[in-house]
Write a protein that binds this ligand. Sequence first.
Ligand code: KIV
Ligand code: ZN
Length: 551
Amino acid sequence: MLKQPSKKYRPFPPVELPNRQWPGRTLTHAPRWCSVDLRDGNQALAVPMNVSQKLELFHALVKCGFKEIEVGFPSASNTEFTFNRRLIEEKRAPDDVWLQVLVQAREDLIERTFESLVGAKRAIIHMYNSTSPAQRRVVFGKSKDEIKVIAVNGAKLIKERLPRLAGTEVMLQYSPESFSATEVEYAKEVSEAVMDVWQPTPERKMILNLPDTVEVAMPNVYADQIEWICRNIKNRDSLIVSLHTHNDRCTGVAATELGLLAGADRVEGTLFGNGERTGNLDIVTVALNLYMHGIDPKLDFTDLNLVREVYERCTGMTVPARHPYGGELVFTAFSGSHQDAIKKGLAEWSRGGREHWDVPYLTIDPTDIGREYREVIRVNSQSGKGGVAYLLESEFGIELPKEMQREFGPIANDEVDRLGREVSGAELKAMFWREYVERDFPWQLEGFETESRNGVVKCRARLLRDGKPVEFSGEGNGPLAALVHGFSTIGEPRFEIANYSEHALSSGEEASAISYIQIKRADGKSRWGAGVDTNIELASVRAVLSALNRG
Ligand code: KIV
Ligand code: ZN
């Protein structure tokens, strides 16, 4: 890298916009959305989608609630043309969905585009030409006036052909491509020249799409550019001002959100931000950002996992694990303190009584978008006892007493650390079973009977110690007290029961009870044990033996 980048790169000039309004505004409603997955997204794929993949993604987009879908660039290839024809001829688009098609301001391409649209119920014809200084100089070698002529001629060619689409409701869209790198005054001049041809009215608006084709500045600059256009362009009320941001500086979402504050009405983007280079705007994120502020986004991502699945299958792209809302890990906490806070927050929420969602570390309720609480906590060596306890309880109904969590948490963590990877709930349960429930050495239970008379419980225990039979009797005010007493009669070191709890285990093979017992020895040392049995009394005897066996 250069020591003095200023020798090669220059700062982006700010927009002269005194008294800018957008910083003081807040978003209150959803914009009109247009998906460009099948066009901008598709043209960014190493292997573009075939017709059946495009059809599957089209239907998924309709299901999400998109009413405007850029279906392709029909004059660019046979696949694109055929896809558009199939949508129309097979009546695949619901009547309220606009099929948008992209075309350059060139006669042959415009001609073919019109052919592709015959019979459509609703269509948006989207014409574009590049307007930035670099494009004018490098690609076209044309002056500002000559570039404006390209736009005006294209607009005229489209207008002349409109009668051919007699049965179709048509909306016209113009994009000064690379708008954000274009002088705002010149972008206005070209756009107004196109408006002069198309003659939009408040009743019959045209879409003016202002692309951040390549992000060249911070999102506040884009917002200034949008507000500048909204304030200065003629007949603003005859326009639907549309945003189309890319993500080169990783601020595509921010640019769109600020652009909406600046007065735009409409947003173009793709699912999960697929698109050229670093991608188009991620519409899922902007929509769910609105949702998390209580605004109906007018798009439905109730089953975001399914949307992601279809997207990945059709495009061959993968949604990164940390991608907002849709990524595999975004509702997963690994750190112990996060897990603990989430567990407490979810418990508070499920008790009811709170009007608004306010769970630490979770901006929205994962279940609203089809993700599961179960996904929220997984365990690795960074996890605390909270995560361990949550998994055992949520997956297996094992409700470890708080104090036992303090004992088992570090044991589990050591084991996970040794494995050097994340562990599943089933693996944690197996660790718990190994550590407590299956501890049958040196003491093993052979039989345990009790009888109770006048409030005194007498027990008879038949055990193995180191594989050799041992029998004893004991008495107390309950079976456990009798067992403890019995041990003292055979010269075992004294201990007492410090903690005891039990509950039934969930259905299935383990239709049984689990008992957790903490014993305290005369030397002050304490140990937890756990026992499982179909008989609750035997479960607690096993728990005592487990604690003794743990030394
Ligand atoms: O990024 C862009 O400028 C485009 C235009 C064709 C709208 O995709
Ligand atoms: Zn684009």
